[in-house]
Design a protein around this ligand. Structure first.
Ligand code: 5GP
Length: 178
């Protein structure tokens, strides 16, 4: 079994890079068909989505643009106690077909916050999410997660842009705690 050690933790291979690329191809096929005659604005959420975003946009056929944002998280008065603010968004989303690009949707709090901010600040023609990974057992929200690369169990993973304390983002496969 292939393993990697990052700082104090050992991780074991759980999804190989070929499977990840195949899942992204299928996801891109769906986007290509759903947005055939539309222009897409991808909003990729850094840092985790950089690898997925790069692989995805390469496979997308409709006219598209991509922009990158970050999430600033701080203690505040929300249901889970954390305020998540979208920062660095310079684009005008009014009337655009927006697809948020995320590395992973876990509880869904981050995704829901982003959707709320976009819908209150702008009037996009549509907003959807594309996420490389989704943990259905941990998801607490009712918003549909539109485009999912791979569903995974409720375990911590690294690789393909996802990190452990900043390390492991460069791994070509996805690993889980050993
Ligand atoms: P949510 O708000 O959906 O609970 O969490 C989303 C964020 O939590 C992700 O964007 C990611 O930064 C982090 N996260 C959730 N699960 C994992 C995981 O298994 N591995 C890593 N590296 N980050 C995770």
């Amino acid at each position: 079994m292939k393993t990697v050690t990052l700082l104090d933790k050992k991780f074991k291979l759980c999804i190989n890079g070929v499977q990840v690329k195949t899942a992204i191809d299928h996801l891109a096929d769906r986007i290509n068909s759903d947005y055939r005659d539309k222009e897409i604005l991808f909003i990729a959420v850094l840092n985790g989505s950089f690898m997925f975003a790069a692989e995805l946009v390469r496979k997308v056929k409709p006219l598209c643009r991509i922009s990158f944002v970050k999430i600033a998280s701080y203690q505040g008065d929300t249901s889970d106690g954390v305020v998540r603010e979208l920062i660095g968004l310079k684009e005008d989303l009014n009337g655009r077909h927006v697809i948020l690009v995320e590395d992973i949707v876990d509880t869904g709090f981050t995704f829901e916050h982003m959707m709320t901010q976009i819908k209150t600040k702008y009037k996009p023609a549509s907003v959807a999410i594309a996420t490389l990974l989704f943990k259905p057992q941990s998801y607490r929200k009712s918003l549909p997660v539109d485009y999912v690369g791979l569903e995974i169990p409720n375990d911590f993973v690294v690789g393909w842009g996802l990190d452990y304390s900043g390390y492991g983002r460069n791994l070509e496969d996805i690993y889980t705690i050993a």
